[in-house]
Ligand binder design. Structure first.
Ligand code: NDP
Length: 307
């Protein structure tokens, strides 16, 4: 059976940064890229808020740069999905793609979180062409335009107020007759002039064409009436789900399913297992914070192996 010192799961900014640090520390990390090589950033167009890229860079290009940086120090990066893992004793027993078995002395979990989508074919069609699940990443491209945000939680309210500072008008599409967000966030929404809250509305179809991307949305109210809004951006804020299926019952998770870490560290409830990036972070979810936490996980892991 193959034996590795550090096994990294996930190929977003957290996983790749952990690979850079652990390979520079001569720990010969092996990284498995998971279902979406490059992570969520590969679904974004332009990244303009990652330090070091004054002109901005496309998400996929940035991830390729970080991957190359890890490769330069010898990180062994492979395509594959960890399908089974046993954390009950060390070294951990890991199965890749249902067949390849590995013993890992330590594990860095950077499997990320996936934004939830409504599941409409038209929404999938315009993903990256007006449909986005990250206002902080993509809001800037809709300056002075009209956009919509779907959701009634804290994220939706936060994204709506953020977009309202850039856009001409923001529709907040809420399926219930009330917002689930905290009172403070609700007040911020109601006190922002250019946000119109459309309670009891669901999206039937995202409208658009190949040339312009998104141009509108067809909405249906619970009383059955339909209306079309003209928008250039359609933002989903209906929650994320952390990618933890393979660890269920083995690692402590919070009530939303995110991996619990000790204080500001990356240490999980199992000694030798470290978590980084969105899989343990329901709040910040930025490329730069994920990269930072990948560094923390690598340093925690190095200390653990050299103790
Ligand atoms: P939430 O799960 O809190 O809210 C999701 C929202 O999306 C709900 O309003 C829900 O509606 C709606 N929704 C879900 N599915 C659909 C659907 N298919 N169609 C239409 N609407 C849908 O997720 P958040 O991401 O907002 O928040 C996650 C956690 O992070 C929360 O605990 C939140 O408090 C926290 N958070 C805190 C922040 C802060 O403190 N600044 C900022 C952001 C998040 P319904 O209500 O009908 O179920």
């Amino acid at each position: 059976m193959e034996h590795v010192k550090v096994l990294i799961m996930g190929s977003g900014p957290a996983g790749y940064t952990a690979a850079i640090y652990t390979s520079r520390a001569n720990l010969n990390p092996v990284l498995y890229s998971g279902i979406e090589p490059g992570g969520q950033l590969t679904t974004t167009t332009e990244v303009e808020n990652f330090p070091g890229y004054p002109q901005g860079i496309s998400g996929p290009e940035m991830m390729e740069d970080i991957r190359k940086q890890a490769a330069r120090f010898g990180a062994d990066m492979r395509k594959g999905i960890i399908t089974k893992i046993d954390l009950s004793k060390r070294p951990f027993h890991v199965v890749v793609d249902g067949e390849h078995e590995i013993e890992a002395e330590s594990l860095i979990v950077a499997t990320g979180a996936s934004a939830k989508y409504l599941g409409l074919p038209s929404e999938a069609k315009f993903r990256g062409q007006g449909v986005s699940a990250c206002a902080t990443c993509d809001g800037f491209f809709y300056r002075k335009k009209d956009v919509a945000v779907v959701g009634g939680g804290d994220t939706a309210c936060e994204e709506a107020t953020y977009l309202a500072s850039l856009c001409r008008k923001v529709y907040l599409i809420v399926r219930k007759p009330f917002l689930r967000a905290s009172k403070a966030m609700q007040e911020r929404v109601f006190n922002t002039e250019n946000i119109e809250v459309l309670f009891e509305h669901n999206t039937v179809e995202v409208l658009g064409d190949d040339l312009h991307g998104v141009t509108g949305a067809l909405l249906r109210k619970t009383d059955g009436t339909e209306r079309t809004i003209e928008i250039s951006g359609f933002f989903l804020a209906i929650g994320h789900h952390p990618n933890v299926e393979v660890f269920e019952g083995q690692l402590e998770l919070d009530k939303e399913g995110y991996i619990v870490v000790e204080g500001g560290s990356s240490r999980t409830s199992v000694e030798g297992v470290f978590a980084a990036g969105d899989v343990k972070d329901p709040h910040y979810r930025q490329a730069i914070t994920a990269a930072g936490s990948g560094c923390i996980a690598a340093l925690d892991c190095e200390r653990f192996l050299h103790r």
